[in-house]
Design a protein around this ligand. Structure first.
Ligand code: ADP
Ligand code: MG
Length: 714
């Protein structure tokens, strides 16, 4: 694409100008010609025909009607004030109404002139009407338009009379520029030919002003492919370079530690899934390549034991291991568990966090350097430069989505040969997404819970049922149990957020007088937060009122009720995580989703899934389909900005596959893209001509230079 053309500021486009350019930028994020071209319609309307009022029925999409106004009137006062035009197509009548911009509108249209209305017809008291339609003077010379794109707009644009028409006209003007037709390619010629894609300008043109459904489909496929192709290429080039450069420790043997623990000490029989995953990990760690494995397992599926037994393999080969957790509390809990397990076979386990005192810290530093400490559990504190190991063989990272990729990468700096890396997450990620989000991480799944777990009962309730919910909480408190009450982050505004949380706290205090309550939110000082959490962990407080900070891994087996306020505001995966905080002990447990009385159908459907299944994978897949992967936890927090414009990782699985394959083929044929010298052996390898390599370089730079440092993705 000619740099100059695509990067031209939108204000230079005919009919835009300074004022609108500012709106384009501030409201829609559209600053350049390219931005506008990439601002795809979210749907299309048929403007190929005129409807008659008598044809209107049921729920119809936006459509156009030709006719004239008979008269206008202003009705109502203040907030209910509206402007009404009686409109006829010659035989039947309907109303056109405006609720805002009345002054401007009243000067704009005249009776008896022929207009074309375009809008969504609705019924009001048995009478057809259209609110705020688009209106054009009828021009018999001009045939009806064909399919037309509908763009998403904001309140801010609408208020200023910047409507669909504005953006459609701007796009039309852009598409008719001679420079547009000769716009350069953004995909290599070889790739376009292999997949028989339309050219870039054809695709853009079809996407904005479709001429034919099949062509539109192909245009859309090309754009999705292109977006995914560069994403995959970027991920692959770094992972190829890494695997080319990096070797790993060879853990050839299973020895004393592992065998003794397994035969004499293990407190339970491993589940089949745990055994399988351990085999996968073992196979990885003996190849001589650095292991990069993602361990997915639902909350409570027993990931910690898998991590521990992997550490035993490391110890058997004379290496140290570390386990990094995102919070002090969680690190503390892991430490307790692993120390208890490790002590039985003579392993030295230590804990290092931000609050470890200077003296203890020095001892730990020394112990790690001498090799006296076999396993270190900790928080980010483990990443400090002063923390040096004698020989770190395995790094386990828990609840990965709280760590940035950069932090993972730091871990490998801890030795000449990087340690094997095991990333554990309870956020189940569908495979197509995992493949992309985690580059070449291998994925292991624990898809089985230890036996004897009682399912958690999930209720969906609203304010009208608060009495019932409170009675239930009282009963559980009387039985000695503990309760979580969680609030979402509602407002962008932190003050407002805290306010709704504090109101919740106030209400809880009033309802449950004399019950000790912990109160935790994300903006608290860490020390205060830990204090409040600890109080709850030790059972000194009985109710925990919190924002989602508790989501990550606290283990309080005595907690049996999880109340989630404004549940409709949470993603399903998040609800699932929260629900996993209860049901950890022997007692029956409940998850109560509190929501508004009236819910949109899709929201009801979403929350309904929670009451029907406890399978984290089903939930995550449903969540991704309903909300799109951009919203999924784990993709945003992992630091990988997926601002996909048109592709959808959840729905475009096939295109993801094709893009992945194409990226692999291109890399195999042109290894220099990954900074690797040797060509890779691959029968489908695609060698590119120089002009195409130039396109790749330009596009990779443009798309990724300001984003994440991808070289850090493990
Ligand atoms: P998560 O995968 O959520 O980190 P944990 O590792 O904390 O789960 O395990 C949850 C609980 O289940 C712990 O108390 C753990 O000791 C127990 N557990 C793990 N594996 C088994 C098993 N195979 N049989 C019985 N209990 C198990
Ligand atoms: Mg865990």
């Amino acid at each position: 694409m000619s740099r100059n053309f695509a990067e031209t500021e939108i204000k230079f486009l005919k009919g835009v100008g300074e004022v609108r350019a500012k709106l384009f930028a501030s409201e829609l994020g559209v600053c350049t010609f390219r931005d506008l071209l990439d601002y795809f319609p979210f749907r299309y309307v048929d403007r190929s025909k005129f409807y008659h009022i008598r044809e209107l029925q049921g729920d119809m999409p936006m459509l156009q009607i030709k006719g004239h106004f008979l008269n206008f009137s202003t009705e109502g006062e203040g907030k209910t004030k509206r402007y009404r035009g009686a409109f006829t197509d010659g035989s039947f009548m309907m109303d056109v109404v405006w609720f805002s911009g009345i002054k401007r509108i009243s000067e704009m249209y005249r009776p008896m002139k022929e207009y074309v209305l375009f809008g969504k017809p609705t019924q009001y008291k048995g009478y057809w009407q259209m609110a705020h339609p688009e209106i054009d003077e009828y021009n018999p010379e001009r045939p009806p338009a064909g399919f037309q794109g509908v763009y998403s707009l904001t309140e801010g644009t609408r208020k200023r009379g910047f409507g669909q028409r504005t953006i459609q006209t701007a796009v039309a003007n852009l598409l008719s520029l001679p420079a547009f037709a000769s716009m350069g390619e953004t995909l290599p010629r070889e790739v376009i030919e292999r997949y028989k894609f339309p050219s870039l300008s054809e695709a853009y043109s079809e996407l904005h002003r479709p001429t034919d459904p099949t062509k539109l489909q192909r245009a859309r496929e090309r754009m999705k492919f292109e977006e995914l192709f560069y994403l995959e290429l970027q991920i692959l080039r770094y992972s190829k370079r890494r695997s080319y450069q990096l070797t790993g420790h060879v853990f050839g043997r299973i020895g004393e530690y592992f065998n003794r623990y397994y035969t004499e000490c293990i407190p339970f029989e491993l589940t089949g899934a745990q055994k399988r995953v351990l085999k996968e990990i073992r196979a990885d760690m003996r190849t001589g390549r650095q292991m990069n494995r993602l361990l997915q397992g639902d909350v409570g599926s027993g990931k910690t034991m898998v991590a521990f037994m992997s550490m035993l393999m490391s110890a058997d080969n004379g290496f140290q291991s570390c386990l990094m957790a995102p919070t002090e509390i969680l690190a503390g809990q892991h430490y307790e568990t692993i120390r208890e397990w490790g002590e039985k076979i003579g392993l030295k386990v230590a804990l290092l966090t931000g609050s470890t005192r200077a003296k203890a810290r020095r001892e730990i530093h020394a112990g790690l350097l001498s090799g006296e400490i076999h396993i270190i559990v900790g928080t980010h504190a483990l990443l400090e430069e002063k923390v040096e190991f004698k020989n770190l063989g395995l790094a386990v990272i828990d609840e990965q989505h709280r760590f940035g990729v950069a932090q993972r990468a730091k871990m490998w700096g801890k030795g000449k040969i990087p340690p094997h890396v095991l990333v554990m997450t309870a956020t189940p990620i569908p495979r197509t997404l995992a493949m992309t989000v985690y580059g070449d991480l291998e994925v292991s799944v624990i898809d089985e819970l230890p036996p004897g777990r009682k399912p958690i009962e999930t209720w969906l309730r609203s304010d009208a049922n608060r009495g019932e919910v409170n009675r239930h909480i009282w009963r559980q408190l009387q039985e000695g149990r503990q309760i979580y009450i969680v609030y979402p982050l509602i407002h962008e505004n932190e003050k407002l957020n805290l306010k709704s949380l504090e109101e919740g706290l106030e209400r809880t205090r009033e309802t449950f007088r004399d019950v000790e309550i912990s109160f935790v939110h994300g903006k608290m000082k860490p020390a205060e937060k830990d204090f409040q959490m600890q109080k709850f962990v030790e059972g000194k407080s009985r109710i925990m009122v919190a924002t989602t900070v508790i989501e990550v891994g606290v283990n309080v087996p005595n907690a049996t009720v999880m109340v989630i306020e404004n549940a409709e505001r949470f993603g399903l995966s998040q609800l699932h995580q929260l629900r996993g905080r209860v049901g950890r002990g022997a007692d029956r447990s409940w998850c109560i989703l509190m929501s508004k009385e009236k819910l949109a159908a899709t929201t009801k459907q979403r929350l309904g899934i929670m009451t029907e299944t406890s399978d984290g994978f089903l939930i995550s897949e449903a969540d991704m389909k309903l909300r799109g992967p951009g919203d999924m936890e784990g993709t945003q927090q992992s630091g990988i900005a997926f601002d996909l414009k048109i592709a959808n990782l959840a729905k475009d699985g096939q295109i993801v596959q094709a893009a992945r394959t194409a990226a692999e083929d291109v890399l195999a044929g042109n290894p220099q893209i990954a900074g690797v010298a040797e060509p890779m052996d691959r029968s489908t390898a695609l060698r590119l001509e120089n002009a195409s390599l130039q396109i790749l370089a330009t596009e990779l730079k443009r798309r990724f230079e300001k984003k994440v440092d991808w070289s850090l993705i493990s």
